[in-house]
Design a protein around this ligand. Structure first.
Ligand SMILES: NC(=O)c1ccc[n+]([C@@H]2O[C@H](COP(=O)([O-])OP(=O)(O)OC[C@H]3O[C@@H](n4cnc5c(N)ncnc54)[C@H](O)[C@@H]3O)[C@@H](O)[C@H]2O)c1
Length: 332
């Protein structure tokens, strides 16, 4: 077995702290340092997991032996930090989305390839047992050719309006939607070609000030006639919920996050919970397995991981959805 990946985590706010805590017990990854411009946050998380705290990336670059950075800072900071990592010869696992700018997103992917470094995007659902099982079932032909997909991401409550601001995070269609658009393409193996979308009347009026919405429905027309519907909400109140349903020629696959992560296969033989898909922590297992896949890719294993192009494609779909809500259907 290769030596554990020596990882520095940058940004230990809402998401980065989860990464640092969840990944640190893995035998494949050593979280050796955490960096945050909020030095108290860096010290607190570093103290919890036995890593070195850093107040800046300069300080992080002074630590010997680091192979890679996990970037979990606000989205607008991703491109500069990715470039800083590549310039230092490091591999990168970057939170989604890589960049809100499509040209820059493509360029970052090309720069990583030229540097011979892995630039993986944090689409953790691909690594979480319920969705990984669904993908395996589709690829093995368990329900025949996929025809339609329904993807729901309903969050309990909205983050602050300053975070929802489309200029900061991409807004609902991108910040939340990219996970679903990536799943739609990854699970079906088809690309989004045309989108139609509808935004619903605002629930949280503070979002009007930043120009975001809290509920939307989109129809994604994909290759080979596959159609996906995506519905996103920031106000379901009961919990953060994600559901994915795929209908094929010979049955269906249902992926649930609540009340427990699981995949059900429904065919003419009946409906069964698929062995190996069940987990009561689909998020945590996805986050840890994602980092382990990154470590394996860095070690040279040929493994299916989401690269920059996955983020570029998902952001392009999100931008088209924002436009389509105002203008009608948009061709990608
Ligand atoms: N994959 C997911 O499911 C998921 C969920 C939530 C957030 N995210 C993504 O994670 C990223 C961070 O989101 P968040 O909600 O954790 O944000 P956050 O504001 O809670 O945390 C960001 C942290 O980064 C620090 N920071 C900012 N600039 C920095 C810099 N230049 N160097 C070092 N530290 C810096 C801040 O002090 C803060 O602690 C975003 O890109 C977001 O899209 C992904």
């Amino acid at each position: 077995m290769a030596a554990p990946l020596q990882l520095g985590v940058i940004g230990v706010g809402r998401m980065g702290a989860v990464h640092a805590r969840t990944i640190s017990p893995s035998p494949l990854v050593d979280v050796v340092a955490v960096a945050d411009t909020d030095t108290a946050a860096a010290a607190a998380v570093a103290g919890e997991i036995g890593a070195s705290p850093c107040g800046s990336t300069d300080h992080l670059l002074d630590i010997d032996g680091i192979d890679a950075w996990l970037i979990a800072t606000p989205t607008s900071t991703h491109p500069a930090l990715v470039r800083e990592a590549l310039a230092a010869g490091l591999h990168v696992l970057c939170e989604k989305p890589l960049s809100l700018d499509l040209a820059d997103s493509s360029s970052l992917g090309a720069e990583a390839s030229q540097a011979g470094r892995i630039l993986q995007i944090g689409f953790w659902r691909r690594f979480s047992p319920p969705w990984a099982t669904a993908k395996r079932l589709i690829d093995s032909g368990a329900i025949g050719r996929p025809l339609m997909v329904r993807l729901s991401q309903w969050d309990a409550d909205p983050p602050p309006a300053s975070f929802c601001d489309p200029k900061a995070s991409g807004g609902l269609a991108i910040d939340c939607g990219v996970h679903e658009f990536d799943l739609a393409e990854w699970i079906t193996g088809r690309e989004v070609e045309r989108v139609t979308s509808f935004t619903l009347p605002l629930v949280d009026q503070s979002l009007a000030e930043v120009g975001d919405v809290d509920n939307l429905v989109a129809v994604l027309e994909m290759g080979d006639g596959v159609v996906a519907t995506v519905d996103l909400s920031r106000n379901c109140r009961y919990d953060d919920d994600v559901r994915t349903e795929i209908l094929g020629e010979q049955g269906a696959i249902f992926v649930d996050l609540l009340p427990t992560g699981r995949t059900r296969l429904a065919t003419s033989s009946g409906i069964e919970v698929v062995a190996g898909s069940e987990t009561d922590d689909a998020f945590g297992v996805g986050i840890r397995t994602q980092a382990e896949a990154f470590a394996r890719a860095v070690a040279g294993e040929d493994i299916d991981i989401p690269l920059a192009v996955a983020s570029t494609r998902a952001v392009a779909t999100g931008l088209a959805i924002q436009q389509a809500a105002a203008t009608g259907p948009v061709v990608l």
